[in-house]
Design a protein around this ligand. Structure first.
Ligand code: ATR
Length: 279
């Protein structure tokens, strides 16, 4: 029997993470001699954790709130993607213990749309991103990679949208929250990255009637699975993609790096998470 390969997810708090369930499913499915645990790491212990992770037998780990940005100066080899997005969510070690870090949220976003709506990027001209936080950065990166030439970012706090676009370059244009409806008629892809529409939060209250019927609408919020925005888009005749798949797809690159096994997101895995989260 091969040696046990160990990985996990670090965060503070960490008990809500579904990553152990996702990776545990793949470990079982492929009958691998591996483990993937939730590891509670307090912010002040992060540097020490990274320093000793390889010696402690970890092949690598995922990181979630509040460690994703703080990892950047602690990892020896940071991918261009993670630098651009400004956060690391996946770390692995080579056989000498050298650390590597990347960000798989952009891959998760693209993987989800590719799987749920294979033709989604056929009209990859103009996108409108709502929100300017960490998730918006990953999605901007993803859409640039996919050839979108014109990406508008609308944010409640306009200065954050401005800052984001300065960081990403001329294909990104900040707009005021009140300007959203003027951009909708030329929007091929509408993405919500704000917390509006999440359980316990107010809905995202937009009039979607200016959208073309060809426009794809997606939300990174997945509690509930069909957010009020997606519901409205459906009624408006648009194609919609929910955000749960982004969570599932962002997990595949890490698993493949640590356990040397290609994995796919299946309806079976989706069902396990939907059931666990009571969605
Ligand atoms: P994440 O890293 O997950 O994207 P974040 O950095 O906290 O999270 O960003 C949350 C996004 O939701 C921000 O764009 C935020 O807008 P502000 O930059 O103005 O705070 C947006 N957001 C949260 N509540 C909102 C509300 N009530 N109306 C509009 N936007 C809201």
């Amino acid at each position: 029997m091969s040696n046990l390969r160990k990985a996990g997810v670090i965060g503070w708090p960490i008990h809500h993470s579904r990553s152990p369930l996702i990776h545990g499913h793949w470990l079982e499915k492929h009958e691998l001699n591996g483990s993937y645990d939730a590891i509670a790491v307090e912010p002040q212990d992060l540097a020490q954790f990274v320093k000793s992770a390889f010696e402690n037998g970890l092949a690598g780990f995922n990181a979630t709130i509040p460690h994703k940005e703080e990892l950047l100066p602690l990892i020896e080899n940071v991918s261009e993607k993670a630098q651009m997005i400004g956060a690391i969510n996946t770390v692995w070690f080579d056989e000498n213990g050298k650390s590597f870090g990347t960000n798989t949220d952009a891959d998760g976003f693209l993987g989800n749309l590719d799987q749920q709506l294979p033709e989604w990027d056929k009209r990859n001209q103009t996108a409108l991103i709502l929100g300017a936080g960490g998730a918006a950065r990953a999605i901007l990166f993803a859409l640039k990679e996919r050839g979108y030439s014109s990406i508008y970012v609308a944010n409640r706090t306009y200065s954050r949208a401005e800052k984001l676009c300065t960081h990403f370059g001329s294909y990104c244009e900040p707009i005021k929250w009140t300007e959203i409806e003027t951009i909708l008629p030329k929007t091929d892809l509408l993405v919500n990255t704000t917390s509006l529409g999440m359980e316990g939060q107010p809905p995202l209250d937009l009039d979607l009637s200016p959208l073309s019927k060809e426009t794809v609408v997606t939300d990174i919020v997945y509690t509930p699975l069909v957010t009020p925005l997606l519901e409205k888009a459906k009624v408006n005749g648009n194609r919609i993609v929910d955000g749960l798949g982004m969570l599932l797809h962002q997990a595949t690159p890490g698993f493949e790096l640590w356990f040397n096994q290609k994995v796919v997101v299946t309806p079976e895995l989706r069902k396990i998470i939907v059931t666990d989260m009571n969605l």
